[in-house]
Design a protein around this ligand. Structure first.
Ligand code: AMP
Ligand code: MG
Length: 516
């Protein structure tokens, strides 16, 4: 573990904050501030991801050594590690919010893994930084566990995402007012170590733009292209090529969110990765009863800006903010316009392809859109469980009455929509007929597009309650199940179950907040 190689390019190549004074401050003309994690009383490893550990170069014995928990709780450093908080701004809920920065995240270094790739390591919840504003830089077990489980689950679902190496209990408690309603409680603290090739965000560029600091803006853009987009040719056109690439990646990622039923919940521009990775798992949620208007985030309950069905357009709006931030680097803004157009095109293609796979069709033509749209209306009206419905549709046999397995995916057994469903299935039969895929081929295709196991909000809540009481077994089981989300796993029915009634209006299951 002491022989990992670090190449801390972000610190080496970009200007830093000259001050190391404690306390919150505005940091101008700098991409980062040096900061030390705040030690914790009782570091204890709760969970880890074997494939992330292996890619970085940790052997299982390294991870299980108590020294590992010390490092990944913020009590010790490995040779070559340097610690910092990154500076960035962002638009939150549609409004410019000024400097934000890593308020509860601390970079540990850029490890060059055994796989030759760059793995930036970052602790979330390791104490205050100059960017913590009024908060404490800590994170509670509930939110850290949610990030740990979901980011790994997303990877195994095939969705671009940051990863998680470890979940370490701090042994300290953290006081949180979960719903900002004057009922604070002490909760156990925990630190996640998250991992990505880069944690650069849209907001990284927005902050120097807002301050008129074109020199820093250009340095950040050139650094990001060099380190994170090495396939982009240096030269005049590099900024344009890069922006188009960012737009296309973002489009593909959001299409994947729509495929699996993921709602990010807080798509502020500081939470948008330049690599198009899903990042900053906070008040996210999974669509259970299909509802394009659902948002898991109570802070977003009013305008529901971040509702499931709006994610594609919010991503486009966010890219518009990035385009604006980058505009000083362009003499002619045509490439920025081209990027935003590419977003629309690539999203439409990726989304069509994903929806076709979900329905078991080889392609979705314009003529098929009413079939898709009517299905979504039906799923919404009938309160169908999105995950279960598509999975059951994969076993549907044309020209037979719908099997109970399909009807049971509606919360009321499809009694409200029985007639509409029967009509829709007749149209679907006809369409399958024209498509020509055989049933076995179709089913195989659908099973690769429609997961059986996703980190349902109530499942996580059960795991959180057990973990808070000291029982880690449910966490390990859930982690294991979510490593193979498309494979039926005997004995794991409960992990694929539809939302039980108790979870309908329960905090943590249908309502979440940014408090963590
Ligand atoms: P997020 O919702 O994670 O995107 O956080 C929004 C901003 O608030 C970021 O700048 C965070 O760093 C900061 N923040 C959120 N929670 C905390 C906390 N517990 N301590 C310090 N800063 C925080
Ligand atoms: Mg954030």
């Amino acid at each position: 573990m002491n022989d990992l190689r670090f190449d801390n390019a972000f610190l080496r190549e970009l200007p830093g904050d000259p001050s190391q004074a404690p306390g919150v401050r505005q940091v101008e003309a700098a991409a980062w501030s040096r900061v030390r994690p705040t030690p914790v009383a009782g570091a204890r490893l709760l969970a880890w991801s074997p494939d992330v550990a292996e890619a970085i170069g940790f052997a299982p014995e390294d991870v299980l050594d108590p020294a590992f928990a010390e490092v990944f709780a913020g009590n010790a450093l490995l040779p070559g590690m340097e610690t910092w908080a990154a500076n960035y701004g962002g638009h939150q809920f549609g409004h410019w919010a000024g400097q934000l920065g890593d308020g509860r995240a601390i970079g540990l270094g850029e490890a060059i893994g055994r796989d030759g790739r760059r793995h930036e390591l970052q602790l979330k919840g390791a104490g205050p930084t100059p960017y913590s504003r009024t908060a404490d830089g800590r994170a509670v077990l509930r939110s850290s566990l949610r990030e740990f489980i979901c980011s790994e689950a997303m990877h195994h679902l095939g969705v671009p995402t940051t990863r998680a190496l470890s979940l370490v209990a701090t042994g300290d408690t953290v006081v949180r007012d979960m719903f900002y309603d004057g009922r604070p409680e002490a909760e156990p603290g925990a630190v996640v170590c998250r991992v990505a090739p880069s944690f650069v965000r849209f907001g990284t560029f927005e902050l120097p733009y807002a301050r008129g600091d074109v020199d820093l803006l250009r340095r950040l853009a050139d650094f990001t292209i060099r380190r994170d987009f090495p396939h982009i040719a240096p030269g005049e056109g590099r900024f344009g090529d890069w922006f188009v690439d960012v737009c296309e990646r973002t489009a593909r990622t959001v299409a994947e969110w729509m495929r699996v039923g993921f709602v990010h919940g807080v798509m502020n521009t500081d939470n948008m990765s330049i690599l198009g990775l899903t990042i900053d798992y906070g008040p996210y949620g999974w669509i259970e009863p299909y509802d394009p208007d659902w948002t898991p985030n109570t802070t977003d309950a009013q305008g529901r800006r971040y509702r499931f069905g709006w994610q594609p357009r919010v991503a486009h709006w966010n890219l518009g903010r990035l385009a604006q931030a980058l505009s000083p680097l362009f003499a002619d803004t045509a490439p920025l316009q081209a990027g935003l157009e590419a977003y629309g095109r690539v999203f439409a293609e990726a989304d069509r392809a994903a929806q076709a796979r979900k329905l078991g069709l080889s392609r979705l033509d314009d003529d098929d859109l009413p079939l898709l749209q009517d299905l979504l209306t039906l799923l919404h009206d009938g309160e169908a469980d999105m995950t279960r419905f598509y999975r059951a549709l994969g076993t549907y046999v044309p020209e037979r009455p719908p099997a109970p397995a399909l009807l049971e995916t509606f919360h009321d057994g499809a009694s409200r929509v029985a007639g509409v469903l029967a009509d829709w299935l007749r149209r679907y039969d006809a369409r399958l007929e024209r498509d020509g895929l055989g049933p076995a081929q179709r089913q195989a295709r659908m099973q690769q597009a429609n997961p059986l196991y996703v980190p349902r909000n109530w499942l996580l809540q059960e795991v959180i309650e057990a973990a808070t009481a000291g029982d880690m077994a449910p966490l390990r089981t859930l982690q294991e199940v979510l490593r193979r989300p498309y494979d039926e796993q005997p004995g794991r029915d409960v992990h694929a179950r539809m939302r039980p009634d108790w979870a309908r209006d329960r905090a943590g299951c249908s309502m979440l907040s940014c408090s963590s």
